[in-house]
Design a protein around this ligand. Structure first.
Ligand code: ADP
Length: 509
């Protein structure tokens, strides 16, 4: 430090104090020198510490400014959020007496109270919705049960009409009578299709249809469909082309029955709505991977076409493009609804392109697994030969006299030996005493039903095949197998199907 006695070296503050308060000759007093030196040191030390403090305080100020900026941003953000929240709430479909309160952004309490009230209101709605859903499920179940019951009621008399018509056809009649029988048969078949369609639709809607996974050949399937519709098509000057891609694997795994149903619906419609021209069924490989094949299927016709505004409706149940359709072509409007749902079960979607007067194309892509080990067992074509069942001993368990009459007429025709039982209890007794090669078992009967009878029979006879005769297609299949039956035939039974089932299961003598 410089010599403090040198007045020029005093701290500026001290220099000013000396100048203001001390006499000019103050240096005369010896003690002053030491005193001023100490004060001067203090002044400089104070100055030094002040500088140090400033250096220390400076970063905190920066931080303070930073915090301030963030706070400001936070406040702006909050105001924006509150604004958006209130805009959102005002757009909600609020009940009439729920008014969004005026609130300022600083006091969110009222908004919180309002939101809580809204939440309670929403919970109330949720409870109502859940209840409505439960009621709808109950109603839907009631509908399914009703249809199942109706199917039984309708199918039993229809069984009689179908079988009698079939038998009448076999007899000799005048030309006029034969014509009448043909009309009767046509109407009965239509009624049969309608009942089956309604039941099928109901079954699919109730989630009761499960797809099978069996080895099949898609080329055979479409070729058969083409063949089966050709006669009808020819009667209308309509030709049918099949463009089949030979690179499609021969063995695929899927549900051929349901796939046939889909294809039949589309091809039948194409023929139905085309007066002359051409139907083209195209089946092409879209993509082949290690274990599956994507196949493009389309059915194109040159028929009446569908107006664009009607396109979305045609896949709804009981919907037809317009009212003229029913009058001119008949139909129920269920076929495409079933087709759509069956394709959905396959993970696929039915699509359509159409122009009025120029025809329609219905198309979809289906994914099917390829068979790892092709099933080489070729099933023998089952022949509907009247002599095949000759002498086969059958027990017919049925309570309804008309059904007994119909079934026994067929059994007689096929040269079978039959015995009858009017209910399940009698059937159990008869099986305990006699041998039969097959049992045809009705399900709903007085005293003892077909299920219970089968359970009792299976306690002492595991061998004799039992085929259920069922008028209801809903809810019965699983139980039929559970109680130990071997298969089932739905009524009104198709004589050929009954014949084939007996032929397949009957124990050979
Ligand atoms: P349906 O044929 O029993 O009336 P669908 O569900 O099979 O019932 O068809 C619904 C409607 O879609 C038909 O009534 C018809 O208007 C229209 N449609 C279906 N296929 C065709 C087609 N190939 N050409 C023209 N219209 C069609």
């Amino acid at each position: 430090m410089k010599n403090v006695m040198d007045a020029e070296n005093y701290h500026q503050l001290l220099a000013e104090l000396i100048n203001d308060h001390l006499p000019k000759n103050h240096s005369r007093y010896k003690f002053m020198d030491g005193f001023l030196k100490s004060v001067n040191d203090l002044c400089f030390r104070f100055e030094h510490e002040k500088e140090q403090l400033k250096a220390l305080v400076r970063p905190s100020e920066r931080k303070y400014a930073e915090i301030n900026r963030k706070l400001k941003e936070e406040i702006e953000h909050r105001q924006e959020s509150v604004q958006k929240l209130s805009e959102g709430i005002s757009k909600l479909d609020l009940p009439k007496d729920y008014k969004l309160p005026d609130f300022d952004g600083d006091n969110l309490f009222e908004l919180a109270v309002f939101i809580k009230k809204l939440l309670i209101y929403q919970q109330g709605i949720e409870i109502q919705l859940r209840k409505a859903k439960e009621d709808a499920i109950k109603a839907s179940n009631a509908k399914t049960e009703f249809l199942s019951m109706m199917s039984h009621e309708l199918r039993t008399p229809l069984n009689g009409i179908v079988a009698m018509t079939y038998l009448m056809q076999q007899e000799n009649h005048s030309a006029e009578m034969l014509e009448n029988i043909k009309i009767l048969q046509f109407s009965t078949e239509n009624l049969n299709v309608l009942i089956n369609d309604i039941l099928d639709f109901n079954k699919i809607e109730a989630g009761k249809v499960e797809l099978e996974s069996i080895d099949f050949n898609i080329k055979d399937l479409v070729t058969n469909i083409k063949k089966s519709i050709e006669v009808h098509a020819a009667s209308k000057e309509v030709e049918i082309d099949l463009e089949y891609d030979e690179s499609i694997p021969e063995h695929l795994i899927g549900d051929p029955l349901r796939l046939s149903q889909i294809m039949n619906n589309l091809v039948n419609n194409a023929v139905k709505f085309t007066d002359r021209g051409r139907i083209t069924i195209k089946v092409q490989l879209n993509h082949l991977s290690n274990d599956s094949a994507a196949i493009d299927v389309s059915v194109k016709d040159t028929g009446i076409g569908i107006a664009e505004e009607n396109l979305p409706r045609i896949f709804e149940k009981f919907a037809q493009a317009d009212k003229q359709i029913t009058r001119r072509f008949g139909g129920t409007g269920l076929g495409l609804g079933i087709t759509k749902k069956l394709l959905e079960l396959h993970g696929s979607k039915i699509q359509v392109e159409s122009q009025v007067g120029n025809g329609s194309t219905f198309f979809f892509t289906i994914h099917l697994k390829t068979a790892v080990q092709p099933n080489t067992i070729v099933r023998k074509e089952e022949v509907f030969d009247q002599h095949t069942l000759k002498g086969t001993k059958v027990l017919l368990v049925e309570d309804y006299p008309i059904n007994i009459k119909i079934a026994t007429r067929f059994l007689e025709k096929w040269g079978m030996h039959y015995d009858t039982a009017a209910n399940g209890r009698i059937a159990v007794e008869k099986l305990a005493k006699n041998d039969y090669q097959i049992v045809l078992m009705d399900l709903l009967m007085p005293e003892m039903d077909g299920y219970t009878a089968t359970e009792n029979i299976r306690k002492f006879d595991k061998k004799t095949p039992i085929i259920a005769l069922t008028a209801s297609v809903l809810n019965t299949q699983d139980r039929v197998y559970e109680v130990g039956m071997n298969g089932f035939v739905t009524k009104p039974f198709n004589p050929k199907e009954l014949f084939q089932k007996i032929n397949k299961y009957a124990l050979r003598a």
